[in-house]
Design a binder for this molecule. Sequence first.
Ligand SMILES: Nc1ncnc2c1ncn2[C@@H]1O[C@H](COP(=O)(O)OP(=O)(O)O)[C@@H](O)[C@H]1O
Ligand SMILES: [Mg+2]
Length: 322
Amino acid sequence: MALAIDRELLQRFEEGLNTLYPERSAIPATILGYGEISTVFQLQHAGQGGIAFKRMPIFDTQEQVDHYLAIYRDYNDLLKSAGLTIPEHDAISIKTKNAGAVVYAAQQRLLPESIGNKVIHLVSGDGTARLVLAVLQHLKKVWDFNAAHHDIRIGIDGQISNWALRQFDPSNPGVGSSPELFYIDTSTPMIRKNGTEMLEADLFLKSAPSFLRWMVRWFFLQDVLDRYYDFRLVAIDLIANFHKEGRPDLIPGLITSVNDFFAQEARDYGIKPIEPREVESYYKQDAFIWRLFLALRKFDRFLKTRVFRGRYAFILPGTIHR
Ligand SMILES: Nc1ncnc2c1ncn2[C@@H]1O[C@H](COP(=O)(O)OP(=O)(O)O)[C@@H](O)[C@H]1O
Ligand SMILES: [Mg+2]
């Protein structure tokens, strides 16, 4: 695509990166957002400010990198075929002395206020309801695509922080009657062909400390992956996440609108109504998984940097607020 990524600059960025304090790196970076397993940032450098980068230091071999890049492209293309709109994007790999090969997924940088988890704090409850309805309509396109292809399944993470309003004016915030959305979380490609996950699931786990990978794999991985292929669970996840995003007050109304959507626009899927109880228990379990995951990663980082005096490969959330 037409993103002008400065490969040589990224190479220098990678070599001078301070993973503990990214803003103190040789080429400073500003964090744009944290996902559950990644950090998205912008480089402080002329010409690259319009790009959001996500750094993925999870690969051991060039083969893995090439495989990932191919699936990343497939995933973006499939989402487009399903009818979603994705910002301009590209992914490149950088060879490093420290970490083998690191992939940088790049995307046209969007207005921070236009991202769903910001929007829900800027607009009325009705505006948020319209946004969530638009998200459901976009998700339905994915399930319609899946229903029309017997050998292929696309998985998707519907959380509100993964969508952005294409037209959004922060000085006059609002959500129109049929808002156009970008889907932005495309760097964890979930594609199943004839039932086989295209990206080895273990790659998703590379950011977990090695001492607990077996445990995560055993207890959570299949569940966590399966949920992205199930419309009802993706909707529960979307709603439950309003706890984490600081708008639990909206949850009861959202449950009603999701159930209306399932009963009407998406009735062909015969999805049974979501109960408030399910949203609550799902949230507790999900929050527990990710909190545990982050805590253990921080412990692992402590071991690697303080005890063994080595370099830690990842930038973790919660390290830049001091
Ligand atoms: N293109 C972009 N422009 C601006 N901010 C972005 C962009 N892409 C991601 N972000 C920010 O980073 C956060 C995490 O990105 P995302 O792709 O959803 O990663 P994850 O897979 O870790 O959830 C987003 O919720 C958003 O706040
Ligand atoms: Mg995300």
